[in-house]
Design a protein around this ligand. Structure first.
Ligand SMILES: Cc1ncc(COP(=O)(O)O)c(C=O)c1O
Length: 367
């Protein structure tokens, strides 16, 4: 049995729309699918301006640029996240200030943020880790009180809601990724979302080489080519047509893992009831309650045909960001990363396979 960590669900109109794009000859970043995909995304998330870009990393870069964050500024980031949530801070010359995560939900620890805010802090990047909710209502309060911007990295959280509102609406700017393992995919791709029309205009200009709105080939700021192609948008539109089905399948995957893995052994991220959270259940990730050697476990599972991933390594440990003076300052992230793994989590994963994966995990625990 071969069980991959993820495979996208491409069972809808993906090929049809891609062929339409090809036949129309609009294969670059102009063409009708761009607009249709952006509109469909905007309707689903209720974020009024959704601008397609080439991936979730450049989406974050544009967010920081549009907010004018740069050299000398500090940006609060979680240490337990994917590398892109932090690299973007360095792209603009600012300094990331790491915060540990909450051991109960793995999200940016609200109780550790205040002590990290200084006169140089300009923004907080909230990441909805593994598709579960980072409490953006509280973060918004902290941001407003301290005159900071709030950026929501929703790369893993398409479909996640807080009090029935889609994530990405609390921050000044939000970003999404459509890499192949995300809730929906466009191959590579991303969206920058904002409810602020002035910011949307800035982002549009920045992703389009800084071109002047009224004069072709006249560029009055330094911009980038961060555009999405019409072919990618064609895939994205088809994916959006099936998003509710993808999300409900993923919820079933999460529930099946909970059914077959006892909470005596394993900690699961849970939806926060007090926030009326609904998760995207991006990649189901668990933390063992015992001190399991996760590298050995992953090798054991791999030999049984099961692909897994380590939990993200905390970014403060990476050579570019490592500061020996801060070693030991992020115990929760260190522990979750050491004793956790991410499990196969694609929409079509059936009960027989999930049961098999869980049996193999238990076999290893009792070895
Ligand atoms: C939390 C987070 N932020 C940003 C990104 C970057 O997205 P992309 O891979 O599309 O550049 C990812 C995706 O992999 C992610 O998981």
């Amino acid at each position: 049995m071969k069980i991959p960590i993820y495979k996208p669900w491409l069972a809808g109109n993906e090929s049809k729309y891609v062929n339409e794009a090809l036949n129309s000859s609009w294969i670059s970043s102009k063409g009708s699918f761009i607009n249709k995909f952006e509109q469909s995304f905007s309707k689903f998330t209720d974020i009024s301006n959704c601008l397609t870009v080439s991936n979730g990393t450049v989406a974050l870069h544009l967010a920081l640029l549009a907010l004018g964050i740069g050299k000398g500024d500090e940006v609060i980031v979680p240490t337990l996240t994917y590398i892109a949530s932090v690299n973007c801070v360095r792209y603009v010359g600012a300094t990331p200030i790491f915060v540990d995560c909450d051991p109960n939900n793995w999200q940016l620890s609200l109780s550790h943020i205040n002590q990290k805010i200084s006169s140089k802090t300009k923004a907080i990047i909230a990441v909805h880790l593994y598709g579960f909710l980072c409490n953006t209502l509280k973060l918004k309060e902290i941001a407003v009180k301290n005159n900071l911007y709030l950026i929501e990295d929703c790369a893993e959280a398409l479909g996640t809601t807080i009090h029935k509102r889609h994530v990405g609406n609390a921050g000044d700017i939000s970003t999404f990724s459509f890499y192949g393992n995300k809730t929906i995919t466009t191959g590579e791709g991303g969206i920058v979302g904002t409810n602020n029309n002035d910011l949307a205009k800035k982002i549009y200009k920045l992703k389009n080489q800084g071109v002047n709105e009224n004069k072709v080939y006249w560029h009055d700021i330094i911009g980038f080519n961060y555009r999405m192609t019409n072919i990618c948008a064609a895939i994205g539109l088809a994916q959006m047509e099936n998003i509710n089905e993808i999300l409900s399948q993923k919820k079933i995957v999460y529930e099946l893992y909970k059914k077959y893995l006892s909470s005596d052994h394993v900690f699961f991220q849970n939806e926060q009831k007090e926030l009326n959270e609904s998760s995207s259940f991006w990649i189901i990730s668990i933390q063992f309650k015992r001190e399991i050697n996760c590298e050995k476990l992953r090798k054991f599972l791999f030999d049984k045909g099961i692909e897994t991933r380590p939990i993200f390594y905390p970014i403060h440990k990476m050579p570019m960001y490592h500061n020996p003076k801060l070693e030991g300052d992020y115990p929760n992230a260190d522990k979750i990363s050491k004793y956790g793994i991410s499990l196969p989590s694609y929409p079509e994963l059936n009960e027989i396979k999930i049961k098999y994966i869980c049996e193999k995990i238990k076999e290893f625990i009792y070895l």
